[in-house]
Structure formats: C-alpha cells, structure tokens
Design a protein around this ligand. Sequence first.
Ligand code: ATP
Length: 302
Amino acid sequence: MTAISIRGLEKAYGSKRAVDGLDLDIETGEVFALLGPNGAGKTTTVEILEGFRTRDAGEVSVLGEDPHGANRLWRNRIGIVLQSSSGLDLLTPREILASTARSYAKPRAIDEVIAAVGLEEKADVRIAGLSGGQRRRLDVGLGIVGRPELLFLDEPTTGFDPQARRDFWELIRSLASEGTTILLTTHYLDEAEQLADRVGVIAGGQLLALDTPANLGGRASEEATVTWLEQGQRQSVRTATPTLEVRRLAERFEGEVPELVVNRPSLEDTYLSLIAPHVAAHDEPASHDTGRTNSIAQEVSA
Ligand SMILES: Nc1ncnc2c1ncn2[C@@H]1O[C@H](COP(=O)(O)OP(=O)(O)OP(=O)(O)O)[C@@H](O)[C@H]1O
C-alpha cells in the first residue's frame, strides 16, 4: 500500500521554483530518506505533505487524504518532528509529553516514550535544563507519543553525540519494525544508509535519483579500488572484479597481503557526484522561517 503519493508537485516562491514537478511514492511501512543540498526543496515538500504549506500544482495523497485542509483525525495519524522546538522551558519533559498525549486517541504510555528516547534521568527536570541533544530527543518523543502511522523526521539527529545517534537509530528501527512509515530528511549520509529502505535525492526541486542506499546511482556495480602495500609503496588498481584481484594478490604474496583494502564508492561519494552539477559555489542560507510551528507546543503554551 502507498502511504504517500506525489504527482507533478510544484511550488514556487516568486520566481524561485522550490519544487519543480516532483513524482514520488512512499510505501506503507517504508523508511524513506529524502536527501539534497541546502535549498533543494526538501522542507517545502515535507511541509506540503504535512499540510502546513499550500502547493501550486500537482496531486498529493498522504494516508489516503489530501493534506491540504485535512481534518484533525488525519493529523492524529501523523507524527512530526520539527527541526527545532520552541520555548517550553518551564515545563518538564513528562509534563509536555503528558499534555500532548491527551490530544491523541491511543497515545503511548509516557514512561515508554521517555525510555524510548533515553530521557529517564531528565524526565522531571525543567526543559530549560536540557542540553541541545536532550531537547532533540524530547522533540522525537513528542513526535511519537501519539503512536503515529506516519512519522516525519526533519534532520532528527542534528546536535546528537555519536552514542545518542546510535540510540536514536535503534529507536527508528523499532518504530519501523512496528510498521510505522517514516519519512526522514537528513544531511547525514551514514544515517540514510543505516536507516532507509530507499533514498531519494532532490536538487532544484527535482528528483535526481531514487533507489536503495546500496544501489543509488549504480553504486553496487561501480568499480572497486583495491590497495595494498608493496616494497614500501602503496599500490592500487580499479577493477570490476575485486575478488579476483584479491585472490591474485594472495597467491603472489603467498598469504597475507600487507595493508589490503577494498573500497567501493561510499553513499556520500555517489551523492556528491549526483548533486555536483546542482550545487552553486556557495550554499544557500538555511531554510526560511516557514510559519510551521509545533502545534502541540502552541496548545500547551496557549
Ligand atoms: N518562505 C519562503 N519564501 C521564499 N523562499 C523560500 C521560502 N521557503 C523556502 N524558500 C526557498 O525555496 C527553496 C527550497 O527551500 P527548502 O527550505 O524547501 O529547501 P531544503 O532542501 O529544505 O533546504 P535545507 O536543507 O537548507 O533545509 C530555497 O531556494 C529557499 O530559499
């Protein structure tokens, strides 16, 4: 089944075409990573899917409905983790999670959410006392407390330390194993590689490539580079048959080949070569203020 269907999506800001004829299907239960340089159109696309932005043209269906003007029932089926949370400094994570949970029909237990995002020790501390990474985990907690069928994660691990990122990846895997569909935007290629069933690369509002992380841009069939040390010099060959090359070397060295390494282009290499023609000399500034706010936060602070 299709969780998200996008056909011919277009959105311009004045003369700037932020999304320029995008077609994409995301299947139910899939973890999909949307990649692209600054200003590629990721946030605009995601915000249209979330119902926070209008589109100029195209058809969009999210969980079977057009997000533009969708009702509260539909909204309760999706979870959103924004790029940054707004000021709720006087509340504790437990309070804000409990308050948020009340607006959903079948919320997760608060303690379960606190444990899932690793905030046990900070559950009853004012949010003002949380580190950036801990606030981010709270954002994720707010995104999942309503037990969403579809979760939007916008650059979820920015500011996480390496252990917190790994813990977060485990959380995403467990949500995915429960059948949650996840649309993730990230600038971390390793995150996409670890989590995503498929990745889509966009630039200039257009889809440049769409595949599994292993196959993106023909990666799986790219030549490998075999390197080794011989008479104090690093040697290397590019080959479509690295196993054969390694066997030859093993025979020649009659055993261990010194400092043997076999490399294929990383997802990052492939990604960078895909977007190279689309990236200007200078990066675009970070996204504009979208007007999208944490509706939950608004409710609580209102
Ligand atoms: N409210 C706005 N008004 C005018 N231009 C906008 C607005 N929002 C986005 N844009 C422009 O639209 C283009 C796409 O922006 P968008 O934020 O969707 O990109 P992005 O891929 O999410 O970038 P980032 O990785 O920096 O978050 C950019 O050129 C951006 O400057």
